[in-house]
Design a protein around this ligand. Sequence first.
Ligand code: EPS
Length: 398
Amino acid sequence: MLRYFTAGESHGPCLTVILDGVPAGFSIDIQKINHDLWRRQQGYGRGGRMLIEKDEVQIRSGIRWGETLGSPVAMGIENRDWKNWTKKMSLLPEDRDESVAVTKPRPGHADLAGILKYHHADIRNVLERASARDTVSRTAAGSFCKQLLAPFGIKIMGYIRSLGNIEAQFEGLSYEEIYAQADESPVRVADKEAEEKMIALIDECKKRGDTLGGIFEVVALGVPPGLGSHAQWDRKLDGRLARGLMSIQAIKGVEIGLGFEMARRRGSEVHDEIFFDPHGMVSAGTPRIVPTGFYRGSNNSGGTEGGMSNGAPLVVRAAMKPISTLMSPLHSVDLRSKESADASVERSDVCSAPAAAVIGEAVVAFELAAAFLEKFGGDSLHEITRNYEGYLEQIKNF
Ligand code: EPS
């Protein structure tokens, strides 16, 4: 079973992630993980913290000579900002200083629910862990998982569909083209006109002390049919993807394929009709790696049916709310005096939805890798490849 845990406070010494259940024999390129960490740091609208950090992973176990050993993989990422927080985030009781306590919870953040739940007097005890800084660890774990999927031709790509009320238009482009263009864009969008408007909107929000959310899409190509299962709720791939995506900081909605729009249409308008062509290598306009003669006229289901992948491109979207730290703060109440107060202001981003698209890729990569290893499970790349190829043969000759 593939699983991971993360640990680390936003302004603590480092972030840690342990990825357990990794089979042996996979080549791992640390620079590819660092590249994803770098991508996560980019995006127009990011705050001052990204100027301080240069996120780089140190792998502390589980790899020898560039290959996985089959043992747990421990990764650490240093917080460069830690040196500015050694007293405020100190482990030592003698460094306690109540005067630095954060006491005005921000609407939309974990602040209020967290202090009530954990009986803290200082919101910092909650916000440090609730911070989206933790997504560095998740990106590292997911980027590692991309390298578990790559030998099987599975590619995962995230990009922005909308920021605020500005929607990107990229009809006519293949997923690979959308991704390639988005990867060059400061707002991760494959639409120059929308990009300009998005940047202007971020500028305006910044000027007003406001923040901005957005919707990102993650597509996975080359996913074979049959990952996940219809047989039990917690094995359903769509459910697992939704949980993973929803657990990213500030995500308030997840859709698969046509998603919510499906509910507004009739059955005859949404379901992806089934065809067969013995030489069929095309699924919803995207070349397939998986050889089966069955194909679909559309991909409204977004690559999952009955909780299983169906061989079509996996298409998921997530809606990120605007970041809850506003430089023009909203109404709040001081925890100590119970008097009206402006919510506390922490250094933050104006918009980090473009970064969330990279985190979304990582989350999808983890869920797919976990489901892939369940289906083709084995202790080594050698064994998994054998299982995978046997299955491809089986569905090809069905
Ligand atoms: C983030 C690090 C944080 C924030 C942001 C994302 O750093 P700091 O709090 O020191 O500025 O920039 O986190 C939030 C917006 C949040 O609400 O937690 C990062 O590394 O992505």
